[in-house]
Design a binder for this molecule. Structure first.
Ligand SMILES: Cc1ncc(COP(=O)(O)O)c(C=O)c1O
Length: 339
């Protein structure tokens, strides 16, 4: 099965990460270093922040959940965007928070409306940049203006799972914002560009007061020895990230152009996936599965006519486009329900 469903890196993982994880298996009869010192040191030196500013998660999804547990009591408000990453709602429900879902604007975050939605009972705001599944991007000036409006009583979790895929002119320095805003957590992951989704490693960067509150909710030993070793090694492989970026930029263009040529509406994406309107997405999803290709339906987001397709290698993108062309050709009208 060709996996284009979960936004992993089709190049796999850096060789140095594979080697480090394999070596680390030798030590895996022992518990991991509960502090993840090796990885924290590597991250601290990369971002020029003290190690106390870092929190490690079993994937960044765990950090999102930890933030909800750390800052939200039952009934407290949590603000996030319509079409915001699914885990924001799940984490809010887990802590019995009040869901304040702000309608999206052109499928993306409406930061003005989100700022206006923060009230005295709000404790947490999730912002994804780029967002999954829409791929929408908010430029740095607008994000900074949002952060300036957020009261100190609200923690902002800026989720940058796909930040490595941003074009140079889209990039901004969110770590500098962490120095400025004591209520900001930047969350990132090794699951996407670094190719370590199955090892489960993510990290948060925040000032130490927030980091200590996150840390209080962190399950001990949440990041395993091979994961710590692989992530630390991967962080040093800037060449792999550059190749990943280039492969992704070209593949995303290949998919967007190819899908548009098939007459499908495709959102401009800043991530390693595209969201495309296919009409009866369940039927198209099923037929793609029959053709040996897994993509992601988006019913959980009430985006019933859309599919999310991860960027693959050039020949995999071609395979997807060919299958899609066949499927659309089979039904005269792609938006009609399959019987
Ligand atoms: C926007 C966003 N944030 C966070 C995550 C969590 O990824 P992980 O837990 O693998 O780090 C994902 C995964 O798809 C994502 O799309």
């Amino acid at each position: 099965m060709l996996q284009l469903a979960s936004n992993e890196n089709p190049l796999g993982m850096p060789q140095a990460a594979r080697d480090a994880a394999t070596r680390a298996l030798t030590d895996a009869s022992w518990y991991p270093d509960a502090n993840g010192t090796l990885l924290k040191q590597a991250l601290a030196s990369r971002f020029s922040v003290p190690a106390e500013w870092l929190t490690l998660g079993s994937g960044s999804a765990e950090l999102l959940t930890m933030a909800a547990h750390a800052f939200v009591e039952p009934g407290h408000g949590v603000v996030y965007s319509q079409y915001g990453f699914l885990v924001y709602g799940v984490a809010t429900s887990q802590v019995h928070g009040k869901h304040i879902v702000v309608p999206a604007k052109n499928f993306g975050h409406d930061l003005d409306a989100m700022a206006a939605a923060l009230d005295g009972g709000t404790r947490l705001a999730f912002v994804a940049n780029p967002n999954n599944p829409t791929g929408t991007f908010i430029d740095g000036h607008r994000l900074l203006a949002f952060l300036e409006r957020v009261p100190a009583s609200v923690t902002v979790l800026l989720d940058e799972a796909y930040t490595e895929y941003l074009r140079p002119e889209q990039r901004y320095d969110s770590i500098a914002w962490v120095r400025r805003f004591p209520n900001l957590i930047v969350a990132r992951t090794f699951s996407k560009a670094y190719g370590l989704a199955g090892l489960r490693v993510g990290y948060g960067v925040s000032q130490p007061a927030l980091a200590a509150r996150l840390e209080a909710t962190r399950p001990r030993f949440n990041v395993t020895t091979p994961a710590i070793a692989a992530a630390a090694a991967a962080l040093g492989d800037s060449d792999f990230i550059r190749r990943t970026f280039e492969m992704n930029a070209a593949g995303r263009e290949q998919l967007a152009t190819g899908l548009s040529l098939l007459g499908l509406e495709c959102l401009r994406s800043a991530g390693n996936f595209v969201m495309v309107r296919v009409g009866d997405s369940s039927a198209v999803h099923r037929r793609l599965l029959k053709a040996g290709i897994a993509v992601s339906p988006l019913h959980a987001y009430a985006l019933d006519e859309w599919l999310r397709i991860s960027v693959g290698l050039p020949e995999q993108n071609r395979q997807l486009l060919d299958a899609m062309a066949r499927i659309l050709g089979e039904s005269e009208e792609p938006t009609t329900k399959e019987t």
